[in-house]
Ligand binder design. Structure first.
Ligand SMILES: [Zn+2]
Length: 246
C-alpha cells in the first residue's frame, strides 16, 4: 500500500513538471522521532521540502504552501520529473559522500544569498539535521543491535562502518556545525513562533551547554518520555542526536 499521495507542480522558470509526495496522515503514527526534531516515516522525512532546485534547469525556488492552484493532484499529460530526481537535490544517502553533499548544498545556499528569517531558519535547521545524519543512528554501532537480531552480521558490519566514518566527518566539521547551530539558536530566540517543540533545549544540549538545557527542560510543565530522555542525555553530558521513539 502506498504511504503517500502524489501531486504535481511546475518549475516557475522552465515550466518542467515535478512530482511531489504527501505522506498519508493516517500512517504517520509509525514514525521515528529523533531528539533534533527530525521525524522519519518509513525513511521518508515528514517535514516537507520547501526549497527546490529544478532538475531540468537548476532554477531554485520556494514552495511555501503546496496547495492549489500552484499544485494539481491530476497527473499532467507531459513528462514528469519523479520525486527522487529533485528530493534533497537528487542526492542519494546510501553513503557518507551523499550526506556530505547535502551539507554542502545547504552551506552554499546560505552563502549565496541573504534570506528572510523564516527561510534562514528553514535552511539552518535542515543543515543541522544534515550534519546530524552523519551519525544519526549511532546506537546501531553497538553489538547489542546485532545480538538482538535486528539485522544480519553483513548489514550490521557495513552500517557500523558507515556510522563510524560519519562520526569522524561530523567531528571534522564540528566548528561549522557549531556556528550554524549558534546562528539558528539566535534566530529562533528572536522568532519563537518558528520553534519546534523542545528545539531550544536540544540545541543547547548539542552545543554542550548541558546546564542551560536542563534549566529549560525543568521549565517544561508536563514530563514526557521525550523530556525525560533529553534530561538523561543532558545529565550524562552526551551531546549526540539520539532516537526518542521508533
Ligand atoms: Zn526549471
Amino acid at each position: 500500500m502506498l504511504k503517500y499521495d502524489s501531486f504535481y507542480f511546475q518549475c516557475p522558470h522552465c515550466q518542467a513538471w515535478l512530482e511531489g509526495r504527501n505522506l498519508k496522515a493516517e500512517l504517520v503514527n509509525e514514525a521515528i522521532l529523533y531528539s533534533d526534531g527530525k521525524v522519519l516515516n518509513d525513511n521518508y522525512i515528514t517535514t516537507p521540502q520547501k526549497m527546490i532546485m529544478c532538475p531540468s534547469c537548476g532554477h531554485i525556488f520556494w514552495v511555501e504552501n503546496p496547495v492549489e492552484p500552484f499544485i494539481t493532484f491530476e497527473k499532467p499529460d507531459a513528462d514528469v520529473y519523479s520525486w527522487n530526481t529533485w528530493r534533497f537535490f537528487g542526492i542519494s544517502f546510501s553513503d557518507n559522500k551523499g550526506k556530505m553533499a547535502l551539507v554542502n548544498h545547504y552551506k552554499t545556499f546560505l552563502k549565496k544569498s541573504h534570506y528572510e528569517p523564516k527561510k534562514e531558519i528553514y535552511l539552518r535547521r535542515f543543515l543541522w539535521w544534515a550534519y546530524n545524519d552523519l551519525h544519526r543512528n549511532h546506537q546501531h554501532v553497538r553489538l547489542k543491535y546485532l545480538l538482538n537480531g535486528f539485522m544480519s552480521f553483513g548489514v550490521w558490519h557495513c552500517n557500523r562502518k558507515m556510522i563510524l566514518e560519519g562520526e569522524k566527518l561530523f567531528l571534522k566539521n564540528h566548528k561549522d556545525f557549531t556556528e550554524n547551530l549558534k546562528r539558528l539558536l539566535a534566530l529562533l530566540e528572536k522568532h519563537p513562533e518558528e520553534q519546534i517543540d523542545l528545539e531550544l533545549p536540544e540545541i543547547y544540549r548539542e552545543l554542550r551547554q548541558f546546564d542551560k538545557a536542563k534549566e529549560l527542560l525543568d521549565q517544561v510543565g508536563s514530563r514526557t518520555h521525550f523530556t525525560n530522555e533529553m534530561l538523561r542525555h543532558s545529565k550524562w553530558k552526551d551531546p549526540r542526536v539520539f532516537m526518542v521513539t521508533g
